[in-house]
Write a protein that binds this ligand. Structure first.
Ligand code: ZN
Length: 289
């Protein structure tokens, strides 16, 4: 089985807001967008990825990338070994689930097109992957992604074992042939549902061992498939409501994350790679069959 480490690089504790298209940092009453915790967390994660020699996939919200660069960090250099992918322009609520204002095709096209352009310019690379804000996509978003030349989406969640073995699949449900590299959902030792987003770890509700066990378990079900982990860098330092973690919790978060990286490297039969590399290899194998 293959494992990808993906980061959703977006504003601290971001939340969709009723009546506006873009996201704000929590508490939304302050009307602010902050990236301080994102910056601090991202720098720590870059260090760890280097220490453990892991190439990751970075889903950048274009506005956040711009803000991080303005804050003085050399994002292109720090991101050099990793895949650059797109996580929208301003974390738009495209479907209007919370904002109450669903976007039409033209405006979705304008937002994602601009985001892709900004990222391509900052990083000087081709942007192949997309992950939607709140991981919400629909027919219109998928159509736009296809038209803008994306090679894959990575927003859907699929349940491992119920007919899905971690393999890429075309988004036929949206009348599209765009490939999906879905996020896995699975069960812990007690049968409780788990997701590969590391939310629960950073909120102190799960420990690293549960994720390592899950990956080891998935190895047999998802032979040749991809198990995508997801991390919000800001979540090392603030909770979903925007409260700063105390020193102890922040230290625990870092230790948990480091343990995930170090232990994943040691699990037999698991290879860690970027999502674009996995897709390329998978498509190549399919063609030669
Ligand atoms: Zn996000």
């Amino acid at each position: 089985m293959y494992v990808a480490i993906s980061l959703d690089i977006d504003p601290d504790a971001n939340s969709a807001v009723e009546g506006r298209h873009d996201a704000l940092s929590s508490p939304i009453e302050q009307g602010e967008i902050r990236v301080d915790a994102c910056k601090k967390g991202l720098q720590k994660i870059f260090d760890l990825l280097d220490i453990y020699d892991i190439d990751a996939t970075l889903f950048y919200e274009a506005r956040t990338a711009q803000m991080l660069i303005e804050s003085g960090i050399d994002l292109p250099k720090l991101s050099e070994r990793h895949e650059i992918a797109c996580h929208s322009l301003k974390h738009e609520d495209f479907l209007g689930k919370v904002s109450g204002i669903p976007r039409n095709e033209k405006s979705i096209d304008a937002s994602i097109g601009k985001a892709k352009e900004i990222l391509a310019k900052i990083f000087g690379r081709e942007i192949k992957g997309f992950r939607a804000p709140y991981t919400r996509i629909n027919r219109t978003v998928v159509k736009v992604l296809e038209r803008l030349g994306f090679q894959y989406d990575s927003s859907e969640t699929a349940t491992l074992g119920t007919g899905w073995a971690g393999k890429p699949y075309p988004l036929e449900a949206f009348d599209s042939s765009l490939m999906e590299l879905a996020l896995p959902s699975f069960r812990d030792a007690k049968g409780k549902k788990m997701s590969s987003y590391l939310w629960a770890i950073f909120e102190g509700r799960r420990v690293f061992g549960e994720y390592i066990d899950a990956a080891a378990q998935a190895r047999d079900i998802a032979k040749g498939g991809l198990f995508v982990f997801s991390i919000h860098p800001w979540h090392l330092y603030v909770d979903c409501k925007g409260n700063q973690f105390g020193k102890d919790q922040a230290r625990k978060n870092l230790e948990n994350l480091e343990s995930i990286f170090s232990q994943l490297k040691q699990v037999q039969g698991i290879q860690i790679l970027r999502q674009d590399e996995y897709l390329e290899a998978w498509l190549g194998k399919k063609d030669s069959n």
